[in-house]
Write a protein that binds this ligand. Structure first.
Ligand code: DO4
Ligand code: MG
Length: 282
């Protein structure tokens, strides 16, 4: 149907938690219920599973899941991996500023998207019509509730490298525009992830059925910890109850590569899932 439903996924099974209580329709509902009950989201989901409808695994293929976090704001950290620092230095007329950010105490944390600019799995991600060089940025996403880490997701910080490289003051235009961000396919609870700093991440980009890019990396290449980035994100700012913080890109296609309308981008993160989107010009 058209109304949202909250689904819990365990090892091999899917549970429709909205069938157990229609007060839980979104992930945000679950976060608020957990806060009121002073329980973890896993504890609530486990308890409700007894009354939930068991779904066939095909359901997620047949139904377009929406972005798992649909309220609040998306923020992003940058230049947290050496490869990103090198790529920005190469593209920028002011290369030294990127080394400063990679090595300094204060990380780069910037506003990325509102829910209105964020898409979910299998929806279209945007490249700007006034940009000549565009890339997907695969990133581990940290899901926060009232400033605390409650889960992890996969994010795509789609960016214009030509606009960003032209002048650092153009960064908001390179980063924030229609369909500039993708989140999904699910949120994995923080308590069920052993170590967010040691997850494999991969990305493929295909055009007309041909794979143009296929690389992988690990989050242990990140220069900073997730906690450090979150501390900086929430410091001296009334962040919304729910926010997602992307933690920077670790995979950068060669300089010759730019996204085109119709390209298919898939980003996978070990223990979380795969987020796939098709590119559209906006
Ligand atoms: O300032 C540039 C943005 C960096 C970024 O988005 C990243 O490293 O992922
Ligand atoms: Mg990024």
């Amino acid at each position: 149907g058209s109304a949202p439903r909250l689904v819990a996924k365990t090892e091999g099974s899917l549970y429709d938690l909205t069938a157990a209580t229609d007060q839980l329709r979104t992930f945000e509902d679950l976060l608020r219920a957990a806060a009121i009950a002073k329980e973890s989201i896993d504890a609530i989901a486990d308890r409700l599973r007894g009354d939930a409808t068991v779904l066939s695994s095909d359901v997620l293929d047949e139904t377009a899941p929406s972005a798992p976090v649909s309220s609040g704001e998306v923020w992003a950290a940058g230049v947290t991996y050496r490869i990103s620092e090198e790529a920005r230095k190469a593209e920028s007329g002011m290369p030294e500023m990127y080394l400063d950010v990679y090595e300094s105490d204060r990380p780069e944390v910037f506003f990325k998207a509102t829910p209105s600019r964020t898409v979910g799995p299998d929806e279209s991600i945007g490249i700007r019509g006034d940009s000549e060089w565009d890339v997907p940025e695969p990133e581990l996403g940290v899901v926060l509730f009232e400033g605390e880490i409650v889960g992890y997701t996969v994010g795509n910080d789609v960016s214009s490298r030509s606009i960003e490289g032209e002048n650092p003051l153009y960064l908001p235009q390179a980063k924030v525009y229609d369909k500039c961000c993708s989140i999904g396919p699910c949120v994995r609870s923080a308590e069920s992830i052993d170590d967010p700093h040691d997850l494999e991440m991969w990305m493929t980009i295909s055009r007309d059925g041909e794979v143009l890019y296929d690389e992988s990396t690990r989050t242990n290449e990140m220069e900073r910890s997730v906690e450090e980035l979150v501390d900086c994100h929430v410091a001296h700012d009334a962040v919304p109850d729910v926010s997602v913080l992307l933690t920077g890109t670790s995979l950068v296609p060669d300089e010759e590569f730019t996204l085109q309308e119709g390209d298919e981008v898939s980003i996978g993160l070990e223990e979380i899932g795969t987020l796939s989107n098709t590119v559209v010009e906006v």
